[in-house]
Design a binder for this molecule. Sequence first.
Ligand code: SF4
Length: 238
Amino acid sequence: MARSYVVDARRRGLGRRRERVVPIIDRLAEEHADAQIALRFRSDLELLVSVMLSAQTTDTNVNRTTELLFRKYRRPEDYLAVPPEELERDIYTTGFFRQKTKAIRGTMRVLLEEFDGKVPNRLEDLVRLPGVARKTANVVASELGHAQGIVVDTHVRRLSQRLGLTRHDDPVKIERDLQRVVPRADWARFPHLLIWHGRRICDARRPRCEECVLEDLCPSSRRKTEIRSRGFRSRKDP
Ligand code: SF4
């Protein structure tokens, strides 16, 4: 279990999770107005394949690979029309290419057999696709405009813990905690905001608390001497 910044937050008078989360979202939305998925895609199918390829590699690497890949593979049938070895070569640079090829081909088969070749947007359908776990399903559903959960990746996990929004380490439990406090309308953008804040400011090893817009809301801020009497109003408040 993660260190309990949840308890720290209360002890320091930062308020309850539900009260802090809205100003956290408002400030991050202002600070990272450009926060969005970094993968490049032009269709639901390209989105699904990109997210499947992004496991264990960077989004930049996936984008580099898919630039050519998506010119060659446009429909689910295209992924099944070539020998597996050919697809393996085409996605080799994203790593774990054998597993990913197997998952992509299996997914294309199910799409054709059960979903008329279309990408479903319900979480329970997405997780039935081979190689599509809850995180991938959440990303795809959110990007399709049907968020039914909150994506928890390494940045979301770290920041949710540091901000005292969860005391758990397990992604499923973290997601459950976040779903309780994050307004439903923000489920899709919330992970993007945390991911971009994690990349730009709240680094895993060296968080730059002195530059952080959440400093007075954050129980794990390194600027512990700061007086926390500013309250936790949104920046948009007068
Ligand atoms: S105050 Fe520090 S630990 Fe808290 S979110 Fe900001 S950078 Fe991260």
